[in-house]
Design a protein around this ligand. Structure first.
Ligand SMILES: *Cc1c(COP(=O)(O)O)cnc(C)c1O
Length: 377
């Protein structure tokens, strides 16, 4: 019996055709497809008054986003301790250090009341990460940032295609970033993007992603490059390749169906798992979000047992995430009360969620989880 994987990329004929076209084009680096991908993403997130810059990974987007926010050596960046390692490492890469904040017990996103107590003279920015299928209190976040003069880097790696109070994620934040890594809602194989407010910020990012070279994107997007250019700022080799952008473009076209199919599977899960005692499911009707992942919370003493039980029934599970302050590299970082994070870190378990998920697969997930809890009672 093949395992039902936690994540499963949706690679169909359109993606393979797009990849072939990009390979046959004879221009493998940054070129026409990257420009097209940025335009298509901008439309998809309804951010026509913003500027989109595609980069090589979500981690690169976070690193550049923090640099753009002015984060520098000696600064602190407030981040939920319950976050992706990429965020913590992006903070370190700027020379700053993370200040770990707790999360809200129902949204699993940053707890803004607790963030208040973490603000110091060194705080420069706050990272707000939407989790799985839930969104941050973005209005509260904006007020918090304004009150303390902080920049906000919105990590929307999980929330592409979601709406917050009617507005598309990516269209309203200070600095917003997406990831298109192999397991994300939409993949470029590897890729990322930043959404910023001004042309000036866009231009800075365009240079920073290209080892600082002041190449005109208009020229590069014709599959050409200039041989005379200046280098005016620190840069990295963080650009997106044509091949990856071409795959991302094909994926973006499918976003509406990807979105509704993921919503539907999350509702299927919530309807069947929500009433089981001993389990907590995300509190959402999944109407306005494009869920990236689906989680359950189980008593910490039962999690390993449930994972093993499910594995024997051909259901793979994941843990997103181990909190940041549990890792050796970050164990000395400043933090506030992290009691919710510590609890969630032990309880959280990711169940399989795919685009166009097989009926049999999701039924197997539900039946197996139910069997585990029936066996217990
Ligand atoms: C995947 C992810 C990232 C990192 O993106 P990569 O493209 O893998 O570098 C950052 N933040 C969150 C919340 C993620 O899920």
């Amino acid at each position: 019996m093949p395992m039902v994987p936690v994540f499963k990329p949706l690679i169909g004929e359109a993606e393979i055709r797009a990849a072939t076209e990009a390979l046959e084009m004879g221009w493998l680096g940054m070129g026409a497809f990257v420009g097209e991908f940025e335009d298509a993403l901008q439309c998809a997130i309804e951010a026509m008054d913003r500027h989109v810059v595609a980069v090589s990974t979500g981690h690169a987007a976070l690193h550049l986003g923090l640099l753009l926010a002015g984060v520098t050596a000696g600064d602190e960046v407030i981040t939920p301790a319950f976050n992706n390692v990429a965020d913590f490492q992006a903070i370190l890469a700027t020379g700053a250090s993370p200040a770990f904040c707790d999360i809200d017990d129902s949204t699993l996103c940053i707890d803004l009341d607790k963030a208040e107590a973490l603000v110091s003279k060194r705080t420069r920015a706050v990272i707000a990460t939407d989790y799985g299928c839930l969104l941050c209190d973005h209005d509260g976040l904006r007020q918090f940032a304004e009150r303390h003069g902080l920049r906000v880097v919105h990590d929307a790696a999980h929330s592409l295609g979601s709406r917050y109070q009617g507005r598309m994620v990516g269209s309203f934040s200070d600095i917003c970033m997406f990831s298109f890594d192999p397991v994300k809602t939409i993949t470029c194989i590897d890729g990322g993007a930043l959404v910023v407010r001004t042309e000036d910020d866009q231009q800075r990012l365009q240079e920073m992603r290209l080892i600082g070279m002041g190449q005109s994107p208009a020229v590069m997007y014709q599959n050409k490059r200039a041989w005379a250019y200046d280098v005016r700022r620190l840069g990295f080799r963080y650009h997106l390749a044509n091949l990856h952008a071409a795959i991302g473009l094909a994926q973006l076209e499918a976003l509406p169906v990807i979105s509704s199919s993921r919503q539907e599977t999350c509702r299927f899960y919530n309807d069947r798992l929500g009433a089981i005692p001993g389990i907590r499911v995300p509190r959402s009707d999944f109407l306005d979000v494009t869920p990236f992942s689906y989680y359950v919370r189980v008593g910490e003493d039962r999690r390993q047992e449930l994972q093993t039980f499910l594995a024997h029934r051909g259901v793979d599970t994941g843990i997103h995430w181990q909190p940041g302050h549990w890792f050796t590299l970050f164990e000395k970082c400043r933090r506030g009360d992290l009691s919710v994070t510590d609890r969630v870190g032990k309880e959280i378990m990711t169940l399989p969620l795919h685009s166009m998920m097989d009926d049999e697969d999701r039924q197997r997930v539900v039946t197996s989880v139910m069997e585990f809890f029936e066996k217990q009672s």
